[in-house]
Ligand binder design. Structure first.
Ligand code: FES
Length: 88
């Protein structure tokens, strides 16, 4: 069986986004990956400030961009949905 492409999860590591939620979200995502054995499904990374600080925290999941995600639980929900879509 062919391996599925990993889901790219990128959090903005710029100081504004990091301070406004992505520092917490990073820990949530790392725990989520570890607790659910998803290291082979998710590629976690970060990106630099993209100049959208006013609309942050900014995240990218797969080919979609999300802004204003201040609740780290929402990041997990979006990841779960994206994984479900990959499995569909
Ligand atoms: S710090 Fe994230 S867009 Fe600027």
């Amino acid at each position: 069986m062919a391996e599925k492409e990993k889901l790219a999860v990128e959090l903005c590591m710029g100081s504004s986004c990091f301070a406004r939620g992505n520092s917490t979200a990073l820990g949530y995502v790392e725990s989520y990956i570890e607790e659910n054995g998803l290291a082979d499904r998710i590629e976690l990374g970060g990106h630099l400030c993209i100049g959208e600080c006013n609309n942050g925290p900014h995240i990218r999941i797969g080919d979609k961009e999300y802004s204003g995600i201040t609740d780290p639980d929402c990041v997990i929900d979006i990841i779960k949905k994206a994984l479900e879509e990959q499995d569909a």
